[in-house]
Design a protein around this ligand. Sequence first.
Ligand code: ZN
Length: 405
Amino acid sequence: MDDIKQSVLNIETLGHIDHGKTSLTKALTGVWTDKHSESIKRNMTIKLGYADTVIKKCEKCPEPEAYTVSDTCPKCGGPAKPVIRVSFLDAPGHETLMATAIAGASVIDAVLFVIAANEPCPMPQTKEHLMIINLLGLKNVIIAQTKIDIVGKEKALESYRQIKAFVKGTVIEDAPIVPVMTNKGVNIDVLLQSILELPRPKRDVDADPLMYVVRSFDVNKPGADTSKLVGGVIGGTIVKGEFKKGDEIEIRPGINVSKDAKKDDYKPVITTIRAMNNGTEDIDEAIPGGLIGISTGIDPTFVKADNLVGNVVGHTGKLPEAKSLISIKYSRIARDDIPEQSLHEGEALIMGVGTATVVGYVKKTKKDKADIELKHKVCIDKGEKIAILRNISQRWRLTGYGMLQ
Ligand code: ZN
C-alpha cells in the first residue's frame, strides 16, 4: 500500500461555527464539505464531512513554498510531485452530534483546530472543542488562525496572544499556530508543511479487520432495469486490519428483520466484497486511513438512506458480540457550564458507540460504574470509549464518556 493511494492521516477539523472550517477544508481539498450537496454525496463525503487531498511538492522551489495541492506549482508553474494522501473530517458543530466525533476518536489521528482572528478567543465552541481534544488525548494538533486578512496586523497579533494564553497548560500548549488567509491562499503552503511534519500513526494491519459504517447507500437510479441492479454500497473507516476484494464479510448487528415495530430483531448480514474504492479510484486492498467504499452483494433496499450506519464490518465470525446490556466506567468531563452530578438509576442517556447513536437507560449504578440497557444492540469491544449525553435543563449535553468494562 503506498502513501498516495490510501490516506496516511485522518485529520479532524474543529473550531467555532463561522470560523472558516469549511472554507479552509475546501482550500486544502478542493471539496466543499457541505453534507447536503448531492455531488459530494457521490464523492462519499460522510455525515461528518470527509474529503481527501494529496499533498504535492515542487522539486524546484524551496520549502515551504514548494508545498501545494495543485498538480502544478503555483510559484514557478512547474510540475508538483505527490507526497502523501490525507483525509479531512469536518466535524459538525452541533453538540448532540459531538458524540459522533468522540466515538470516532479511534479514527482521528490529528486535529486542525480553526480559530478566527476576528473574534475574542475562546468562543464557546472553541472551548468545547479543546475540552474534547483534551478528553481524547489528541496531541497532534495544528492551530490555523483564520480571517487575519479582515482584522489587520494589530488585532491579528492580539488574537495570537489570546490563543497562546488559551492553550497554555493544555495538551496542545506547543501546537504550531499558522496564520492563514484562506481566500487568498496565503500560508496554505506552511499549513501543508505542518501537516507533513505530523507523526504518522502506526496502523495495526495484521489484526482481524474492523470497519465502522459511516454511510450506506443505493447507487442504482430509481426505476433501473432489475437485471442491472448493483448491490448496496457501504462507506466506512477501517480501524484495524486489512480487507481484500473478494473477502467474505459480516455486518453486525445487521438488519432489523422484526415485523413488530416495537421490537428489535437484528440479524447479521454476510456478503462478499465485490469492489472497493478510496473516493477517487478502485483499490484491491484497504487498510486504516481515509474513507473506503465497499460494493457488496446486499439487496440495495437494505442499505439505502444510511440504513446501515452504526454497524461494524469484519471477517465472518470475527466481530465482537452484539449487546444490549453493557457495563461502563463513567468519566465526567469537567465543564463550568454544567453542574457536577453522578448518573442515577432510571435516567435516560444518549450514547455514541462507534458510529451508532443509541438511547440507553441506567439500570444500576455504584460510584463511577453503571449498568446500562440499550434500546438497540451495538457491537463494541472492551476498553472502547462511549460518548455520553445527559438531559440537563431540557437539553442534551455532552457530559462525559464511558469505558466498556
Ligand atoms: Zn515551484
